[in-house]
Design a protein around this ligand. Structure first.
Ligand code: DGY
Length: 424
């Protein structure tokens, strides 16, 4: 069975391959998305190392001069997606969006180098990527943590990847909708509207884009100018983990300065992460930086924190919490707690299970020695694919496939999960 699933996953990645980058799925997402692309590269590494490295190189070829790596690279014209380059207007030769996404590259490149069989080629390519990834991390701490707290804020829900999470509801309520130019959504013609964010949320997404555009996409201004500044434990855990992985990579490649700076970033960020801990929920929570308050919302962002090297005692409590969620959901890990009224099992990040987050949570909990829950997460992830194919996300109670189909990163994660090296 697993050979059959791996073959299907490889075929899917090949079908979504556009030569130098991979689309997340045909139709709904017709360009290169930042973290989709990097996580898809982990899948490619199993059967085409050269192609895996190219995926990440293409992304970093589009890095901005200030260090930011944009969340979408619009390599080709496609009318089927909104908002396209005409809305973002970032003025790049290859058009890009003007915001970023979870920085998984430091983690992925270290993993790729460790596993690569073509050692010389991999070392050369990792060495070239190293300073670029480091520049992105520096950018985060400079532009998204201007007060030097150790934790960065996202300034648009799309940056988190968890676009319509319940975590953003209250803060998003403060984002106005006046002056939003008329638009037509395209996502709802590719996917069931009940699985997607609402029109009201889309207006606010676009208000923020227009606001940042009016500031010329100048990252020295955007953080302070944004009414939406959310400190997401999941996002920060990815950044922290990427910094510590980059430190290891830099040591291995003989770059002690990058190693030392990356280690400093990771240590400071890990210490600050504890300010997001909630005894009440037994997990981490977001902080709404604009009003300096924790957001009382039990989402997967606070579980994903285990991807960073949080203290073992905290990881144990999170593992217990996930086990509890496993009594409410048939398939771990729901993106929101099914016992609270805001839970919506098919609507994007308000309840569905996502394989990429499962993968990162399993990886972190494996390091913490929480084998039983890791095995459950892995088994549930594979069962979802067997029952419902390679969807974007799944109802964690019924396993119904949701959002887009034939999804690249889902395929990549299946290959990873079925490879015993990953979370064993
Ligand atoms: C979308 O268009 O749904 C994306 O998540 C934004 O990146």
């Amino acid at each position: 069975m697993s050979k059959h699933l791996i073959d299907q996953a490889m075929q899917l990645l090949r079908a979504n391959d556009r030569g130098t980058y991979t689309v997340p799925t045909y139709g709904l997402y017709p360009f290169q998305w930042n973290w989709d692309s990097v996580l898809s590269a982990l899948g490619f590494l199993h059967f085409d190392e050269d192609r895996a490295w190219t995926e990440i190189e293409t992304l970093f070829d589009n890095q901005w001069e200030d260090g930011m790596v944009p969340h979408i690279i619009f390599h080709e014209h496609d009318e089927g997606y909104f908002p396209g380059p005409d809305v973002w207007r970032t003025g790049r030769k290859v058009p890009t969006s003007g915001i970023t996404q979870p920085p998984v590259a430091g983690f992925a490149v270290r993993r790729m180098l460790e596993r690569a069989e073509q050692r010389e080629d991999a070392t050369r390519r990792a060495r070239a990527l190293l300073p670029k990834i480091h520049a992105w991390h520096e950018w985060f701490f400079r532009c998204r943590d201007p007060q030097g707290t150790g934790l960065v804020a996202i300034i648009h829900p799309w940056e988190s990847g968890r676009d319509n999470s319940v975590d953003w509801d209250a803060a998003f309520g403060r984002v106005p909708t006046d002056g939003v130019e008329a638009f037509t959504r395209r996502d709802t013609s590719h996917a069931n509207p009940d699985h997607r964010p609402t029109d009201e949320q889309y207006k606010r997404y676009i208000w923020l884009v227009q606001k940042f555009r009016s500031l010329g996409w100048d990252n020295s201004k955007l953080h302070d100018a944004s009414p939406f500044q959310l400190v997401d434990p999941g996002f920060n855990a990815i950044l922290t983990r990427s910094c510590s992985d980059l430190a290891e990579l830099a040591d291995a490649l003989g770059e002690p300065e990058i190693a030392a700076q990356s280690r400093n970033f990771a240590e400071k960020s890990l210490a600050a992460m504890d300010t997001l801990w909630s005894e009440k929920w037994g997990q981490y929570l977001c902080r709404d930086r604009a009003i300096d308050e924790l957001v009382d919302s039990p989402s997967i962002g606070g579980l994903l924190a285990v991807f960073a090297e949080i203290p073992a005692a905290r990881a144990k409590v999170v593992a217990k919490r996930i086990a509890k969620l496993g009594e409410l959901a048939n398939f771990l890990v729901p993106s929101h707690d099914p016992s609270v009224p805001e839970y919506d099992g098919m609507r994007y990040w308000r309840g569905p299970a996502w394989l990429i987050v499962n993968y990162m949570i399993a990886d972190g909990l494996a390091r913490a020695g929480e084998t039983a829950i890791v095995n459950r997460i892995k088994a549930d992830s594979v069962k979802l694919i067997e029952e419902s194919g390679f969807a974007e996300y799944y109802d964690p109670i019924t396993a119904e496939p949701c959002g887009g189909g034939q999804f690249s990163w889902t395929a990549a994660m299946v290959i990873e999960f079925l490879d015993e090296r990953v979370t064993a």
